[in-house]
Design a protein around this ligand. Structure first.
Ligand SMILES: [Zn+2]
Ligand SMILES: [Zn+2]
Length: 265
């Protein structure tokens, strides 16, 4: 079984410096931290500004954490300060593994002094903490960086889970990687909401874009019958309140994530 804990579900426009650190505001979607998940208690995906505080808020046992995967180096996903804080908190003598796309490594600075750093390449599957992880190219861009932002397809004990943020639409390579699979859960970049005309549509999804992709994935049998279709990386000003958003998305078989959401598949 996969256990996916959402440590943050916000896009970059949330005021992360004002992170409340208290469950009521986070569980209700009133405030969202920087987007991040923890898979099976062992694999952290992304480590933005609010992740160390979120790990405390949601009682994450650091002794189980072994690996950190980075999707890309935008500041809401990759914070040197947060990574230094986490490495400092881990008491065991074994260093954590930090996995980054090869072009993103130039942003890693001196992290190689405190982490075991591993290179990721789009399309080259790796085995991490008992899971198969396939990094796939995302339609997203980091200015002034040679990196290729990544989505991650996790497979573990017959289950498949796709973490598809940041990025708009799916790359051809990503589609080909999932077209013959059954996904038990997917997390879409849901930044833009239902606002036509937003220029970010070429780097983040809007709900109409997600709707189109869902129809295709459903029609081609890519979603398992009980697949969880979850939106995260939600823009602060681009969606209604969490309750209304949950109602709207629920009518279409989707759900918005909130910080602290635990998904078991
Ligand atoms: Zn982002
Ligand atoms: Zn980004």
């Amino acid at each position: 079984m996969f256990k996916i804990l959402f440590l943050g579900t916000g896009a970059a426009d949330w005021p992360f410096k004002k992170y409340p650190g208290v469950p009521p505001a986070l569980l209700s979607g009133e405030f969202r931290g920087s987007s991040s998940i923890l898979v099976n208690g062992k694999i952290l995906v992304d480590c933005g500004p609010t992740v160390p505080a979120a790990m405390e808020t949601f009682n994450v046992a650091l002794s189980r954490l072994s690996d950190i995967l980075i999707t890309h180096t935008h500041g809401d996903h990759f914070s040197l300060k947060s990574l230094e804080t986490l490495a400092g908190r881990v008491k065991s003598s074994a260093r954590l593994n930090l996995w980054m796309e090869q072009g993103a490594l130039e942003k890693a600075g001196t992290l190689n002094n405190i982490y075991n750093i591993h290179k990721l390449e789009p399309g080259r599957e790796v085995s991490i903490a008992g899971c198969s992880v396939m990094p796939l190219p995302a339609n997203h861009r980091v200015s002034n960086s040679p990196e290729s932002p990544l989505h991650f397809l996790f497979s573990f004990s017959g289950k498949n889970f796709f973490y598809a943020l940041d990025g708009s639409w799916l790359s051809t390579v990503a589609w080909r990687a999932i077209m013959n699979l059954q996904l038990d859960a997917i997390v879409w970049d849901g930044t833009i909401g239902d606002l036509p005309g937003d220029h970010r549509i070429f780097e983040h999804n809007s709900i109409p874009v997600i709707r189109l992709m869902n129809q295709t994935l459903q029609a081609n049998g890519v979603y398992a019958d009980s697949a969880r279709i979850i939106l995260s990386h939600l823009g602060r000003t681009l969606h209604p309140g969490h309750r209304e958003l949950a109602k709207n998305l629920g009518e279409e078989g989707m759900e918005p994530a909130h910080d602290g959401l635990l998904v078991k598949i």
